[in-house]
Design a protein around this ligand. Structure first.
Ligand code: HOZ
Length: 431
């Protein structure tokens, strides 16, 4: 580390060659303000920035690092794979192992195709759903994020039954026009839409527990109704489990709700921190993919051998008995501790969690939609974020992101976090 390298100097330099100084917008700290931390290395539950400051990490690379950073078994698998070459562009036995391992833990993934990012997986699942059904319209929910494919950067149109509008410059209105956007957890809207347009809808794409508008649970009743309507109308139900897959439980949200989607989109944990994602599902649907069927999809780095090695090594770790029980207990303990600390200082705070994924809301009740998340106290969140960062705890720099705990977050780490939170809430209360 050069002695001149500070987060500030790196941020200034980065902004001259990288738009906004970052390669993914939320990293820029725009919502919370201040200087992003430039990370030098990470180990277990800790990340260390370019100035040598250590933070307890509750982002975990936005989900993948469920066994902690630089887990020795994952690193060893990567090193071993790397010596056999970094890419072949030809099939490997390890890819079959991965497809079989995913099917074991998530039976809905009867067949699987590996890709490199969650965006690519969601985009490919959409094309497959359209190709399989011969329909163009798709449905998504406000506040759910499925990567940045054109069809998915869409906000609600002027009315429930009108098609959507682009939510990003550069998305053609004609493309967005095929996407319908509904409110999360709203059963009446589902019923109304399917009654009017059910036969036109190729698929409904949903985060079963949303992780891109903070952490918001889909209600069991809403999920059941959505499953019924999709089945009745020949619409494919696509669960985006990029965040929740092998995170809220080994079998993902499918295990939590006991619901089987037609297609599933995966990423994050399955790659162990390497660029690996997947989409899978019903064999009759997946067989429509090229080279068997007419839906084209391909990728030079798909099933990359080093990424698969990392993912398989992490998969072996999470499949050990008791992994999710301990992870869930640690996350619950953290959430209870945060609520208690906030209450001690009179700060309104609610939390929710499942497995190793959590949400913290500066509000007096749990949100069930994007609009409710947006009503939380942003100023309190910002103050808390900075008070925690100053005490060595790195939370997501946005009120609209979920948090993640890893198996490396042991009692000592949780206690240190809660001590920091106690002081942070005291600071908030004194504002
Ligand atoms: N899509 C991620 C937030 N939900 C951010 C990814 C990143 O910045 O690394």
């Amino acid at each position: 580390m050069s002695s001149q390298q500070t987060n500030q100097s790196l941020f200034e330099r980065a902004q001259r060659s990288i738009p906004g100084g970052v390669n993914s917008p939320v990293r820029a700290f725009r919502q919370v303000g201040g200087v992003p931390r430039f990370i030098d290395h990470a180990q277990g539950p800790y990340m260390v920035d370019a100035e040598g400051t250590r933070y307890i990490d509750y982002i975990g690379s936005w989900g993948p690092m469920i066994a902690g950073h630089a887990h020795p078994e994952v690193i060893e698998a990567v090193q071993r794979a790397a010596t056999r070459s970094l890419s072949f562009g030809a099939p490997t036995a390890d890819e079959i192992d991965m497809a079989e391992a995913i099917r074991d833990v998530m039976p809905a993934a009867e067949m699987l195709r590996l890709v490199s990012s969650g965006t690519e997986a969601a985009m490919s699942a959409l094309r497959l759903a359209r190709g399989f059904t011969g329909r163009d319209a798709i449905v998504k929910f406000e506040g759910c994020y499925h990567g940045h494919a054109d069809s998915l950067l869409v906000k609600a149109g002027s009315g429930l039954l009108t098609f959507g509008n682009p939510s990003s410059a550069g998305v053609p209105a004609d493309v967005a026009a095929h996407t319908l956007v509904l409110e999360y957890n709203n059963i009446a809207q589902l019923d109304e839409l399917f009654a009017a347009r059910g036969s036109q809808i190729a698929c409904v794409l949903v985060e079963p527990i949303a992780g891109n508008m903070n952490f918001v649970r889909g209600s069991a009743e809403w999920h059941r109704r959505l499953r019924e309507l999709c089945t009745q109308h020949g619409t494919l139900l696509v669960w985006d489990e990029v965040m929740t897959g092998l995170r809220v439980a080994l079998g993902g949200a499918q295990q939590v709700y006991g619901i089987r989607p037609d297609l599933v989109v995966l990423g994050k944990v399955i790659g162990g921190g390497m660029p690996l994602a997947a989409f899978g599902g019903r064999a009759d649907v997946m067989r429509q993919l090229s080279p068997l069927g007419a839906v084209y999809q391909a990728g030079t780095l798909s099933g990359n051998p080093v990424a698969v090695a990392a993912g398989m090594a992490q998969l072996r770790i999470v499949r050990r008995p008791g992994f999710y029980e301990s992870l869930g207990a640690a996350t619950r303990r953290l959430m209870q501790g945060l609520e208690q600390a906030a209450a001690r200082h009179g700060v309104p705070l609610r939390t929710d969690c499942e497995g190793g994924m959590f949400g913290v809301y500066f509000a007096s009740s749990l949100p069930s939609s994007y609009a409710e998340v947006a009503r939380a106290d942003l100023e309190a969140f910002k103050a808390f974020f900075h008070a925690m960062l100053a005490r060595g705890v790195y939370l997501a720099p946005s009120m609209f992101e979920a948090g993640f705990v890893s198996s490396a977050h042991d009692d000592e780490v949780l206690e240190a976090t809660l001590r920091a939170a106690d002081a942070a809430f005291a600071e908030l209360a004194a504002r």
